[in-house]
Ligand binder design. Structure first.
Ligand code: SIN
Ligand code: MN
Length: 219
């Protein structure tokens, strides 16, 4: 399997999931959406809606609304716990993360034809020793990645259906975003668009004796 390290130590694994694996993962995600529907997240303070729709699976879900960015164990609209992560997702972490504890959160972003995501860092987690592992399904996107300062130079790569990306080590806090998707570039999703999964460790494993931040625990 081709693995490139084009810049800043981040790793792209083109075609990590073959078509059959993509279809199986998509079927599992349809079950996730039946229990944890995609919803429209809102930006902190302003409450401005984002262009992507989101859901999560796993013990903790990343959410955003007027109160800020955070992880919580329940869907913000249904109040139900997030459904478990599909086996393919856990297997991807196992294969790519090189980290001895399971992921705690799998954020699911759905991009319609005009959705995008501004340049940002993933830094609401307590444990930056664990990488972020991302899987893409459906239409190809133009993914922008820079360094760990906002002003660092950026470059754009294409992430296609089945591609995996790992942000670990020096690239763990790399700024990244999605400039746009290329509508019609994949036949995987009947409705078109792109799904991205981001797998993350949120808390530092208990054995290391630390407490998470930005995590609301279930009562
Ligand atoms: C994200 O940074 O949350 C999503 C990245 C992507 O859609 O590839
Ligand atoms: Mn991100």
């Amino acid at each position: 399997m081709a693995v490139s390290r084009p810049l800043f130590g981040f790793r792209v694994v083109p075609g990590y999931l073959d078509r059959a694996a993509q279809e199986a993962l998509l079927a599992a995600l349809r079950d996730v959406f039946a229990s944890a529907p995609l919803y429209t997240p809102r930006l902190p303070r302003t409450g401005k809606p984002m262009s992507v729709r989101m859901s999560n699976c796993g013990p903790l879900g990343w959410i955003t609304d007027e109160a800020g960015y955070r992880y919580q164990p329940r869907h913000p609209e249904t109040g139900r716990p997030w459904p478990p992560m599909p086996q393919t997702v856990l297997a991807a972490w196992e294969a790519l993360a090189d980290y001895p504890h399971p992921p705690e959160s799998c954020l699911i972003n759905y991009y319609g034809p005009t959705a995008k995501m501004g340049l940002h860092q993933d830094r609401d987690e307590h444990d930056f020793a664990a990488p972020v592992v991302s899987l893409s399904l459906g239409d190809t996107c133009l993914f922008r990645i820079g360094g760990s300062s906002r002003g660092d130079p950026t470059r754009t790569i294409r992430l296609a259906s089945g591609d995996a990306l790992v942000l670990g080590g020096k690239a763990r806090l790399a700024y990244h975003g999605v400039d746009r998707i290329l509508p019609g570039s994949s036949t995987l999703l009947a409705e078109g668009g792109r799904i991205n999964l981001t797998l993350r460790r949120v808390t530092i494993p208990k054995a290391l004796g630390d407490q998470p931040r930005n995590v609301a625990h279930a009562p």
